[in-house]
Design a protein around this ligand. Sequence first.
Ligand code: FAD
Length: 480
Amino acid sequence: FGSAAAQIQRNPAYSELNSDDVSYFKSILGDNGVVQDEDRVAVANVDWMGKYKGASQLLLLPKSTIEVSKILSYCNTRRLAVVPQGGNTGLVGGSVPVYDEVIVSLAGMDKIISFDKVNGILTCEAGCVLENLSTFVENEGFIMPLDLGAKGSCHIGGNVSTNAGGLRFIRYGSLHGNVLGLEVVMADGTILDMLTTLRKDNTGYDLKHLFIGSEGSLGVVTKISLLTPAKLPSNNVAFLSCNDYTSCQKLLLAARRNLGEILSAFEFMDHHCIDLAMRHLEGVQNPLPASQTKFYVLIETTGSDESYNKTKLEAFLLRSMEDGLIADGVIAQDISQASNFWRIREGISEASVKVGAVYKYDLSIPVEKLYDIVEEMRCRLGDNAEVFGYGHLGDGNLHLNIVSSKYDDNTLAQIEPFVYEWTSAQRGSVSAEHGLGLMKAEKIHYSKSPEAVQLMASVKKLLDPNSILNPYKVLPRSVL
Ligand code: FAD
């Protein structure tokens, strides 16, 4: 389990659940909305990696904003701690209880409320699964502005609450730009209606941004409206190999310059990731089986004119090969080949958890330094663990994964605090897109100043004075 959990005491200010509480929840949610069945609650107590495990006895499944409001109002009065849960795919231990917090899952709130076909504005409930939303908007001629490997399970409410980045960030940017409005239930049950669908609205402070990326610590997101870009007809994916990391960087710069407006993804993986994917993902094929290089890059282009885009991509690849930036490469000839390329990149997380215990670090680092930490970590750990690096190179975001046979303190001591100190020295971020959760609540100071952390604590105290929402997460104990 999470090393952080072992160092935290249960906060005695929180009440313990009793039978009256359960009766109250049944009175508002009905029997089906109140889950005490041990097996079902056990699933909700454990995170996607099997690394963090809580001991909650209660899973609540509200079906409406009013029900969420009644739950929180009651929990706030009774001082029952709460964990909001979406698809439970988070990678920092934020979505599961640490002790006996009540789990409030948004899974029952999965309705699409409206879709504005002229402007591409989607309004939906927080529990909609990202992939279902993708399918829905694609049928209308649009795409979701974000895509990630967990799309089959993660909820849009979870995406907003973590400010998920993902594979389309390079083209469509952050959810801070794409989310137009939110409905949020605050800790005391107050419903905050900010569910606008306007592109422009400079009336006062834009409060929705407080909830985007606050990981369920300031409120429960119940509804979302967001801008979806038009679906463009031409899409090409190339899988390339590069001899060294410098070539990957140069290729990124060249792609930005020469592919310009059609560049829609630039992902990179080292050869350890490819080996891992080939060993542990079913049905995937190595697109470049003869390649002996250390680095691989997946480039996607998306645009409105098929022949223009294809010609542009081919010319770019040819020139990059002549310049020695690309060692070998292949362009997907059909959808199934493109899916295979993407499956390799998106399946690395899944493959890694099949090997053993994974220490995951999600770092923002200036691109020229980004791979140095992978090599340094490999030297530090020697044969004790497998170290591999991949990520959203176009966004300066490295996923540093260290896989060992089990979680143990010795391995952890070799990794931390070194990884955080190193990142901080580069003025990087110790969480590029996964958030802080339980794993990194005490690490925020590596990326944020004491004054900024203090202000965050003041905001938390203002919005959640009894600190019932997602305790032990996001902010360090010393400031709360
Ligand atoms: P959960 O895991 O359930 O919750 C995450 C956090 O949000 C928790 O703190 C929880 O309390 C809070 N929360 C959830 N729903 C709500 C709500 N409605 N209101 C308030 N708080 C809420 N992340 C990326 O950013 N980019 C990636 O490319 C990416 N790829 C991934 C690939 C895989 C295979 C996996 C397993 C994960 C990946 N992730 C990625 C991490 C994860 O999928 C994202 O953080 C995702 O946004 C979490 O959504 P979720 O619905 O599963 O939320």
